[in-house]
Design a protein around this ligand. Structure first.
Ligand SMILES: N[C@@H](CCC(=O)N[C@@H](CS)C(=O)NCC(=O)O)C(=O)O
Length: 205
């Protein structure tokens, strides 16, 4: 069985986050371009891998992994030489999980509420992500010490949550751009050679 990761990709999607992570770990991978316009993500062959018909999706050693955070965490664990996840048993692993899950479970839905101008929920206490302002304040506190979410060590949590923050800044989500803590963090991430290698990636295999 080949060790090559098959990476279903479209540069205009969350697959960009997984692409950055693939470059960070230095894993051997092959891009399968998915053309949204042509509906290739809804073709039976792709739906057989990911019935959600969404990117990113990877296949490695016969296993399909979907969900950006899961792919990024999987790659960190599968390629430990990249040192992008604290070891199991290290207390920093708790912080690492905290921010990975916060990205998927809180920041993303709160950001989409904000970007889509969804009305505030009637009972904020019952909504797992609270609201956008609380989420941004929490992130600001998390990054205040820096330079990364885990302190000195850059990790896969920065690849995931950092990608979301960069995306939110790019689209002008409030409370981020112009705030020193986020501007500095975004600049540190932008300087990562692995991220730079993915910029302008063509829609080609
Ligand atoms: N929960 C998924 C969301 C993935 C997702 O929504 N991907 C979008 C692109 S950014 C997609 O493939 N959309 C195509 C569609 O649903 O038709 C994750 O975190 O990876």
């Amino acid at each position: 069985m080949t060790d090559e990761i098959v990476f279903y990709h479209n540069p205009q999607s969350r697959a960009q986050m997984a692409h950055w992570m693939l470059e960070e770990v230095g894993a051997p991978y092959r891009i399968v371009p998915i053309d949204f316009e042509k509906g290739e993500h809804k073709a039976p062959a792709f739906l057989a891998l990911n019935p959600m018909g969404k990117l990113p999706t990877i296949v490695h050693r016969g296993t399909v992994v979907t969900e950006t955070a899961a792919i990024i965490a999987y790659l960190a664990d599968t390629f430990p030489q990249a040192k992008l996840a604290p070891a199991i048993g290290d207390p920093a692993r708790g912080t690492y999980y905290r921010w990975l899950f916060f990205g998927a479970g809180c920041f993303e839905p709160a950001l989409l509420d904000e970007m889509m101008k969804r009305p505030p929920p009637p009972r904020k206490a019952a909504v797992g992500w609270g609201d956008y302002n609380d989420v941004v304040t929490t992130l600001k506190t998390a990054l205040a010490k820096g330079p990364y979410l885990l302190g000195e060590a850059f990790s896969a949590a920065d690849v995931y949550l950092g990608s979301e923050i960069r995306w939110a800044m790019m689209f002008g989500a409030p409370g981020l751009k112009g705030e020193k803590v986020f501007d500095d963090y975004a600049a540190r991430l932008a300087a990562r050679p692995a991220l730079q290698r993915t910029m302008g990636a063509k829609q080609a295999g």
